[in-house]
Design a protein around this ligand. Structure first.
Ligand code: PRP
Length: 184
């Protein structure tokens, strides 16, 4: 099977499910305080952000930020590889019009920065009232392009998977976040 090229035995857990849950709630409290009673569009960046975004939007509800619309944007830079193509492909555009709205981009990970830069450019061109960025995971040491990340869950190193993040489309369902060790 193709999956055997990426054995689970070559991974170690770096962020447990309870640690992720606690941090998601902290972020929701911080971000709800910023938006207070303003209406918000959350942009879930597919595919990697789907699990984080599902937990985050419920955490916002839990802390009282109710006036939230969800939209999804599809973008792909890595396809089945572990190298950024540096030219992200838009696979799904927004359904909602962000013009004049408060928009929060919800990413699973910012690595080289190319994907987030492209998404910011696309949404800014549509003139939102405000635009902020949230990522669960950040890898500043790998940045190739300057990009503003307003809210960060955790800083990580190396290739990570689980909790929505994949390796060649595998392992998105793993409930914790793992680091994949280089295999020779
Ligand atoms: C991942 C992730 C980010 C992007 C970050 O997406 O979800 O969008 O890479 O990498 P960058 O900062 O180097 O651009 P990917 O292209 O793997 O697509 P996926 O979300 O469908 O897995």
């Amino acid at each position: 099977m193709y999956q055997s090229q990426y054995p689970l035995s070559a991974t170690k857990v770096i962020l447990s499910t309870p640690a992720i849950r606690r941090r998601v709630l902290q972020l929701a409290k911080q971000i709800a305080q910023h938006y207070q009673s303003r209406s918000l569009i959350l942009v879930c960046v597919l595919k990697g952000s789907f699990i984080f975004c599902a937990d985050f939007i419920r955490a916002l509800w839990q802390v009282g930020l109710i006036d939230v619309q969800l939209d999804c944007l599809g973008i792909s830079s890595y396809q089945l590889t572990t190298q950024s193509s540096k030219t992200p492909q838009l696979t799904k555009d927004l359904d909602l019009n962000p013009r004049g709205r408060h928009v929060l981009i919800v990413e699973d990970i910012v690595d080289t920065g190319h994907s987030l830069k492209a998404i910011i450019g696309l949404i800014k061109a549509r003139e939102p009232a405000s635009l902020k960025t949230l990522t669960l995971l950040n890898k500043p040491s790998r940045r190739q392009i300057a990009v503003t990340v307003d809210y960060v869950g955790f800083e990580v190193e190396g290739w990570v998977e689980g909790y929505g993040l994949d390796t060649a489309e595998y392992y998105r369902g793993r409930p914790e976040i793992c680091q994949r060790q280089a295999t020779s």
